[in-house]
Design a protein around this ligand. Structure first.
Ligand SMILES: *Cc1c(COP(=O)(O)O)cnc(C)c1O
Length: 403
């Protein structure tokens, strides 16, 4: 390699670049090999030039890689790309969406702190708070997502963190993120938003005042149902606390999964656009069908928070739910009559999925809690993939005919 070649430009200048450009290029730092695609670094440890170099890197005096539980270049590229897309100072990748939530609470909260959680969060998230965090002296209360006065009333002097999912699963409820962030900050608390259902392609909570954004990258960021992973984004002071926890406790992201997510991000906005267009069309169509009693989708003018959704999100997402005639038996007959759509609770995949929340994702709730959450026995959820719209409609038609 000549000196001139080595001195030449390998990486892109991304100053002022837009979302789609960042999604394709942010975070990549090319090696002297000049590879065009993102490099995969499969290595658990790194070598040093000398004993003194090793000592300097271990002490942190000289920056650089030591061990892949601490840093890995492929994982770092994914973190930097997510930070660019969420408009965050820094992002930290984790082994799964659940470990992203674990790392956030373990590094930012202590025994005696109080956390407010929106009532309709992901099932495993509730278990994590109820079964584990409470055991270590963290107090947890639940608040109906959309009700700002309920949030206001639920604060305690020791409230440190608010944790919400907006939009919610499976009813597409929203909270006004800017208003909730203001409430949190007035009380000296932080707002964390699980942005899994929207991704930064549809919603950027930090720009609305949230402090922390959390993702299960397993869903739309991968987009094809291959890998588990998670990521947290926010201010460096907080993210460095997470880095400390992850290095010590170990639920770090594998470089292979980071590479899959990097490639997923390159098509994220295009995919979300296609997912949302099909979901909107199916929601409008389902609303007209006899046998369908109600459709829950924030893209419909009939949704009570349609105006907020228009203000807060650039599109309405790929998850919709609907109530059918015939109670639980009707819902099960509908699901069993489909032939194309997968019967599985996953979402954010190119393959459309269908599920009965009352007996699967929300099956462990008591009937009272399920009723409070609005999960009726006749409710069906679909997470719309990337198949032909006409084929999805035909398959749902089989379900309708079975009612
Ligand atoms: C799936 C999911 C999680 C958990 O993510 P994993 O990657 O499965 O650990 C957390 N929050 C939401 C909203 C999810 O959909």
């Amino acid at each position: 390699m000549t000196q001139e070649w080595e001195a030449g430009r390998l990486d892109s200048d991304l100053e002022g670049a837009g979302f789609d450009t960042l999604a394709v290029r942010a975070g990549q730092r090319r090696t002297p090999e000049g590879e065009h695609g993102e490099a995969m670094f499969f290595t658990s440890s790194y070598v040093f030039r000398s004993a003194a170099d090793a000592a300097a890197r271990f002490s942190g005096e000289v920056p650089g890689n030591v061990y892949s539980r601490y840093t890995n270049p492929t994982v770092r590229a994914f973190e930097e790309r997510i930070a660019a897309l969420e408009g965050a100072e820094q992002a930290v990748a984790t082994a799964s969406g659940m470990s992203a939530i674990l790392a956030t609470v373990m590094s930012l909260c202590s025994a005696g702190d109080h956390i407010l959680v929106s009532r309709s969060v992901f099932g495993a998230t509730v278990s994590l708070f109820e079964k584990y965090f409470k055991r270590f002296g963290v107090q947890v209360d639940y608040v109906p997502l959309a009700d700002l006065s309920a949030w206001q009333a639920a604060f305690k002097p020791n409230t440190r963190l608010l944790f919400v999912e907006s939009p919610s699963n499976p009813l597409s409820e929203l909270v006004d993120i800017a208003a909730l962030a203001e409430l949190a900050h007035a009380k000296g608390a932080w707002l964390a938003v699980d942005n899994c259902f929207c991704t930064p392609a549809l919603q950027r909570p930090l720009a609305m005042g949230a402090d922390i954004v959390i993702h299960s990258a397993t869903k739309f960021i991968d987009g094809q149902g291959r890998c588990l992973g998670g990521v947290v984004a926010g201010r460096s002071a907080q993210m460095n606390e997470l880095v400390g926890f992850l290095r010590t406790a170990g639920p770090t992201l594998s470089p292979f999964n980071a590479w899959v997510f990097l490639k997923g991000l390159e098509t994220l906005r295009l995919r979300m656009q296609a997912h949302c267009a099909s979901t909107q069309a199916l929601a409008e169509w389902l609303e007209q069908q006899p046998g369908v009693e109600r459709v829950h989708y924030s893209g419909l003018p009939s949704h009570p928070q349609h105006e907020l959704a228009k203000r807060q999100q650039s599109a309405f997402g790929a998850v919709l739910s609907f109530e059918v005639s015939g109670g639980k038996e009707g819902a099960w007959r509908f699901i069993d009559a489909t032939r194309l759509i997968s019967i599985t609770a996953n979402l954010g995949d190119s393959k459309t999925t269908i599920t009965h929340p009352a007996t699967t994702t929300h099956g462990r709730l008591s009937p009272e809690d399920r009723a409070a959450a609005g999960i009726k026995d006749n409710l069906i959820r679909i997470a719309v993939g990337l198949e032909e719209l006409a084929d999805l409609q035909k398959d749902l038609g089989r379900g309708l005919a079975a009612l």
